[in-house]
Design a protein around this ligand. Sequence first.
Ligand code: 13P
Length: 254
Amino acid sequence: MTKKTYIVGNWKMYCSPSEASLLVNRLKKEVGRVPADVEVVLCPPAVDLTTVRQELSEHDKFSLGVQNAYPMDEGAFTGEVSVAMVADLVHFVLCGHSERRHTFHERDGLIAQKVAATRRHGLTPILCVGETRHERESGHAKQVVADQLETGLSLLTPEEMGDVIIAYEPVWAIGSGESAKPGDAREMFEYIRKSLGALHGSALANAVPLLYGGSVNASNAASYLKLQDCQGLLVGGASTNYKSFASIIEKAAA
Ligand code: 13P
């Protein structure tokens, strides 16, 4: 079976509903045919989901994801949106993005609950892992990633593990213009597979799609996509520009 390639656009906190509508319409026009083995996932801000969903009706080029969601189905959690609430709108949930970890101080335990709630609602979690510059320079990058993986996936049953995506996004590469060297990304992918294998068995470890994220653009996208273990990209800034995102999608479709 051919493996899928995932091109995920994380719009972060950009685009009001009307701007999102404009961006998605430009993307629909700019992006050519998307082959069946490439899945393009748009992750707009939660407030845009209904609008973007409507724009995508009768349109099969793009899937939808949410950037974050709360694990409890409902309750007194002011300001939060639950996985249950977005389950009708999206297929993917970003869990443990580095901005959630570092700006909003989310811990691995909460991230594990988000991953579990996502699977419980039949959606696919994209668990983001990655080390800070200090952690890399002090030689702890692999240990940090291993710990994030182990705790992040700890609440899943073996069956639920069958539908999980891991995105390796080194924190220092995010929004910095300094992307990881493809060789370093490859080394981390191999390590992630090894860690997953030790935790969940090699069959499962080999089946989990691994994505790279961190200053991906149209010029460097292909250098990650050609890595043997890389099954896609998690794109921030470049995904909010319809021309650059379309050109990244083209690389995956090539
Ligand atoms: P940039 O592509 O802007 O570096 O952001 C990466 C990211 O955080 C995607 O989730």
